[in-house]
Design a protein around this ligand. Structure first.
Ligand code: BGC
Length: 774
């Protein structure tokens, strides 16, 4: 096969020349191929393959099937094997194990006319076999290097098992805790979301620039779901998003753009429509913005049957029309829907889709296969020995354990109930449906992680305190959704014999993730009943919450003594949680999504607008203000919030200048930070900015920088942030991104609700006219 490709290279070089000439005089469009790697040799090889292909074979490359057809969507009736045998499949996902991948690769490489290798995909979201905390949890660590590393470990494990491509990171901004997919992302903030998107792309794709594809430990990554899937109305999955271009560009698009700039190789179109156009058919989004504005040169895959769904969306007459809309919008590969392979040949013959569009989609896909080295050796990732060596290694376990501890957010800790040290000699009653559970711990989208291997909290705590002065008692008390009177009585009896209760409660893992939306986000009734009974004993209670979303914890906040938000922490749950409880790890995580006081406050997020009738938070009940009659407008726990076993103070916030130019300038903001407690700890120090007057209204606060710093007891450190003119830019009234001149406020803070340290500055242009960001 290789020889054949070389033979036609002269012809393909001529084609290549034509492509280059054409490319240089046209703005990027779906009809033009701009290579991802920019590597002339790869481009030449791509064209050499393309020159051998029939139209149908090209469309075959644009077709992806699922190895088992029914993982996340409707079960398809057709079998993909006949397509595979005819060389009409570009990619397969959900093939598990080296052996499974090898079998399918053999058919593609050895039994088809051109022997083009298959690209194997998988949802490697927060680990492959070693499962790390759900992405929302990890984001709470604000530790970019850790997130890069866990993505890298996931890539090492998956690539060692023959997988080439992950459908991650999910970078959808989420402001609605009802939506189950909040667990897959990085929360509500565009700035933090963008930094995390970069870290994860680089982690998966390798190298310092995220472009080490082809090294055996890397995976091709996917920025998903483009776009604004998280803005689905009322949190209902797959639902309509109705957004102004202003909000789309200023809030929702930045993390996708950051992923593109970090070199992500592929994007996935989202299921939802935005402003009347389903993403899968949105040429403005998929081509004008993605390729034209952001310069993305990889390929775009639809979501699972996303093209077929253009019919029920009511934008395509039938699946053939849907395929035409999708490919002409800029979708290069059809995930499982089989619309391209069934209809596009006819559409090309009818002139509804150009051959050039097909060629360029095929080129983009072939290029990734070349970069991954699959043309040189289609079996290069397939090595059972390597898979064994690279799976759940002691080093991966250690990283996972640290990731658990770094993701647990301490929400409340009255009377310093936590930590419970080994020396305390306390008797501790361990209670709750998630105390001795392993099945739920990995959360949703947990790859091939073996749920039975995840360490229950009971096991982690038992190991932690063995041979210590602490005594442990255990009673389940209730299941996640049901209780029996006897069980509650047993738990209450254990609590009575104890000095302190630790209750592990929360959601079933199936209640978050895709198609898992809740309208009541409180703990289920039986668990609340159990908590009330425990509370009646008068014993202090530590509540450990496992959930895939922020819950309404209003009752718990009033009635529990300490609360740890542990999310779904993965393989090392028990050990990581025990490290925090015993004080071997001082909690350092900070929330990345606001916790509402009740579901009626949703959507709730810190970077809201002021309105014309802002509320005075010291007197919320004033009439005719933007408030509620029956609750505060503030969240229960704000974005950026989280406690530590020590305390910190911020002082001496200053900037090196009081005015910054609107382009090409920067200012340095410094602050003094002190650990004012008696043990060492880490603080996420946050920089927020408010643009006081804009051509369009601006949020009351926006995160523009953060640092996670470790301080010994009593230690002082000076931290500095660099704020560049471009950091202040936004899409204004004319739809252009620029920094507008005017006055700003700036906070160095411990959370988005911390207003204690602020300074003001201005942005100026000599002519006092705003400049467009280049
Ligand atoms: C999800 C995607 C996922 C795909 C493949 C879809 O239902 O929306 O996020 O990558 O399935 O499993």
């Amino acid at each position: 096969m290789k020889g054949e490709i070389i033979k036609i290279s002269v012809i393909s070089m001529a084609c290549m020349l034509a492509v280059i000439l054409f490319a240089s005089c046209e703005s990027p469009s779906v009809g033009r191929w701009t290579s991802y790697s920019g590597d002339r040799d790869v481009e030449r090889r791509v064209d050499s393959v393309l020159a051998l292909m029939t139209l149908e074979e090209k469309i075959g490359q644009m077709t992806q099937f699922s190895a088992n057809w029914s993982i996340t969507g409707p079960v398809m009736s057709d079998d993909f094997k006949p397509y595979l045998e005819k060389g009409l499949v570009g990619s397969i996902f959900n093939a598990t194990s080296v052996e499974g991948v090898r079998k399918m690769q053999e058919v593609a490489v050895e039994k088809t006319r051109l022997g083009i290798p298959i690209l194997f995909g998988q949802d490697v979201i927060h680990g492959y076999k070693t499962i790390f905390p759900i992405p929302l949890a990890e984001a709470c660590s604000w530790d970019l290097e850790m997130m890069r590393r866990t993505a890298e470990i996931a890539a090492i494990e998956a690539a060692s098992d023959g997988i080439n491509w992950t459908f991650a990171p999910m970078v959808d901004i989420a402001r609605d805790a009802r939506w189950g997919r909040v667990m897959e992302g990085a929360g509500e903030d565009p700035y933090l979301g963008s930094r995390i998107a970069e870290a994860r792309v680089i982690g998966f794709q390798g190298g310092a620039d995220g472009k080490a594809l082809g090294e055996l430990h890397t995976l091709l990554a996917t920025g998903k779901h483009l776009a604004a899937y998280g803005a689905a109305e009322s949190g209902r999955d797959y639902n309509t998003a109705e957004l102004s271009e202003h909000t789309l560009r200023n809030v929702y698009l930045p993390p996708y753009e950051a992923a593109a700039k970090a070199g992500v190789g592929t994007f996935m179109a989202s299921f939802n429509e935005t402003n009347g156009v389903p993403a899968t058919a949105d040429r403005w989004l998929m081509t004008d913005i993605l390729r034209g504005e952001w310069g993305f040169t990889g390929f775009v895959v639809s979501d699972y049957t996303g093209i077929n769904e253009l019919v029920p969306h009511g934008i395509a007459e039938d699946e053939k029309h849907a395929a035409e809309l999708a490919v002409n919008a800029g979708i290069d590969m059809d995930m499982t829907g089989a619309t391209f392979i069934k209809y596009l040949k006819k559409s090309v013959e009818e002139g509804k889709v150009s051959e050039e569009t097909i060629d360029n989609a095929t080129r983009r896909i072939l290029e990734m296969k070349f970069l991954l080295g699959l043309f040189d050796d289609p079996y290069r990732y397939l090595d059972e020995e390597r898979a064994k060596q690279n799976t759940m290694t002691p080093e991966f376990m250690k990283t996972a354990r640290k990731a658990v501890a770094a993701s647990v957010v301490l929400l409340k800790n009255d009377n310093r109930l936590l930590p419970i040290t080994k020396e305390s000699g306390k008797t501790v009653a361990l209670i709750g449906p998630l105390m001795n559970d392993s099945i739920n711990l990995n959360g949703e989208w947990a790859g091939l992680g073996d749920r039975k291997k995840s360490v229950p909290i009971l096991e982690g705590i038992s190991e932690k305190y063995k041979e210590s002065a602490v005594k442990l008692l255990y009673a389940e008390g209730s299941s996640i959704t049901e209780t029996t009177p006897g069980k509650i009585a047993e738990a209450v009896a254990a609590a009575r014999r104890a000095d302190v209760v630790i209750a592990a409660m929360g959601e079933d893992f199936n209640w978050s993730g895709e198609a898992a939306v809740r309208t009541d986000i409180r703990l289920p009734e039986p668990q609340r009943e159990l908590l009330k009974a425990l509370k009646a004993t008068g014993k202090p209670i530590v509540l450990v919450i496992l959930s895939g979303r922020p819950l309404d914890l209003s009752w718990e906040d009033e009635n529990m003594d300490a609360i740890l938000q542990a999310w779904f922490p993965g393989t090392q749950t028990g050990h990581g949680v025990a490290d925090v409880i015993a004080g071997d790890y001082n909690p350092s995580a900070r929330l990345v999504m606001s916790f509402p006081r009740n579901v009626g406050q949703i959507p709730i997020y810190y970077n809201q607008k002021n309105t014309g009738r802002p509320v005075d938070l010291s007197n919320e009940a004033t009439d005719y203000k933007s408030n509620y009659l029956d609750n505060s407008i503030t969240p229960l726990y704000p974005f950026g919030y989280g406690l530590s076993y020590t305390t910190f103070s911020i002082s001496s916030v200053s900037a090196d200048k009081s005015s910054i130019r609107t382009t090409g300038d920067k200012m340095v903001v410094t602050a003094n930070v002190q650990n004012t407690g008696d043990i060492e700890g880490e603080l996420v120090i946050q920089l927020y900015v408010r643009d006081l007057v804009g051509s369009v209204t601006r949020p009351v606060k926006e995160l523009k920088g953060f640092q996670k710093i470790a301080l010994n007891a009593g230690e002082n450190k000076q931290v500095s942030f660099e704020l560049r003119s471009e950091d202040l830019a936004f899409y204004g009234i004319d739809g252009k991104k620029r920094t507008e001149p005017g006055n700003f406020m700036l906070w160095v803070a411990q959370s988005s609700a911390d207003n204690s340290h602020k300074i003001s500055f201005s942005a100026d242009t000599p002519s006092n006219k705003s400049q467009q960001v280049e």
